[in-house]
Design a protein around this ligand. Structure first.
Ligand SMILES: Nc1ncnc2c1ncn2[C@@H]1O[C@H](COP(=O)(O)OP(=O)(O)O)[C@@H](O)[C@H]1O
Ligand SMILES: [Mg+2]
Length: 297
């Protein structure tokens, strides 16, 4: 027997229901699965969808990312935390094609994508949540999401034509806005939204691309408690059929959401593990408390 029954239940629960580890399937369900089936599921679940090997990025000789090898497993929420200046945003830029690595490789979904342009990476299915300045502030909230959907559909640019042509996208855009709690603001100009609401719009725009991997760089930064809760819930919900890499400042959000956590420090991986493992690690405690930097994503 390769796995104990309890392991099997955990694996299947996670794979089939995307549940948190710890939720178990009824034993009669897991008992029905053969050893081979479990192995297959385990293998598929464990396959990294994003993988970097010895990734480096220097800015004028300064090593912002210094030999990072990291694997993000399919279907997980993988958090990246670390003090300010640790290289988290640079790492995201390297994954999403906004920066080209000095050396090392990036693989996504079974192929090497090192050096691909951002739009090519996005088209393959890895999308970075765009910064606020990429929101079209002069368009309505609804139209911002429709533009994103339009870009994804590869249709001729019908968006700018009035009437029926864009109505198809309407329903989906409204759905996405409802998901992020912006349904009542949909006819406002994006410029009129508060900071927190702009982040929610940014998330709806990113989800409009229906990415396999969503890269979220501090999605709750600058938000009030209510918005933080809403975004955290949303991230948990959209996890269902995708993988999320999350740079997050708010450690309770990290604790709630993350399957795995990588701590970066000065461009290197300091520690990787579950939240409990990372939190208890003396090197992490030293890096945060010893460095006087406070605990930051
Ligand atoms: N385009 C750039 N040019 C020069 N230095 C940069 C650039 N981008 C980032 N850096 C430097 O790289 C380091 C890591 O930055 P960053 O990735 O933004 O860290 P984090 O997101 O963890 O706070 C910082 O010292 C920052 O000043
Ligand atoms: Mg950053």
């Amino acid at each position: 027997m390769l796995y104990r029954t309890s392991d099997r239940q955990l694996i299947l629960s996670k794979y089939l229901h995307n549940g948190k580890l710890g939720q178990r399937l009824p034993q009669y369900v897991s008992n029905r699965l053969t050893k081979g089936g479990v192995q297959l599921i385990w293998k598929r679940h464990r396959m990294p969808i994003v993988e970097t090997t010895n990734l480096c990025k220097s800015f004028a000789g300064y090593k912002a990312i210094d030999g990072v090898s990291l694997a993000v497993e399919t279907g997980t929420i993988h958090a990246i935390i670390g003090p300010n200046g640790a290289g988290k945003t640079t790492f995201f830029n390297l994954l999403s094609g906004f920066e080209t690595p000095t050396s090392g490789t990036v693989r996504f979904d079974g192929r090497e994508i090192t050096g691909l342009a951002p739009h090519a990476v996005a088209q393959l299915g890895m999308v970075r949540s765009f910064q606020i300045n990429s929101i079209f502030t002069h368009l309505t909230v609804l139209d911002n999401v429709k533009v994103s959907l339009e870009a994804k559909t590869d249709l001729p640019s019908r968006f700018w034509l009035p009437g029926r042509a864009t109505r198809v996208l309407d329903a989906r855009a409204r759905e996405l806005l409802a998901d992020v709690g912006l349904d009542r603001e949909r006819d406002l100009l994006a410029a009129q939204l508060s900071y927190g609401r702009k982040r929610a719009l940014e998330l709806a725009i990113s989800l409009g691309q229906n990415p396999k991997v969503l890269l979220l760089d501090e999605p709750t930064a600058g938000m009030g408690t209510e918005d933080v809760g809403r975004i955290a819930q949303l991230i948990a919900r959209v996890k269902a059929d995708r993988t999320i890499v999350l740079v997050e400042h708010n450690l309770s959000v990290v604790a709630d959401l993350s399957d795995r956590i990588t701590v970066l420090q000065r461009g290197r991986v300091l520690v990787e593990g579950t939240y409990a493992e990372v939190r208890a690690d003396q090197r992490v405690i030293d890096a945060y408390l010893g460095g006087g930097a406070g605990v930051h994503a």
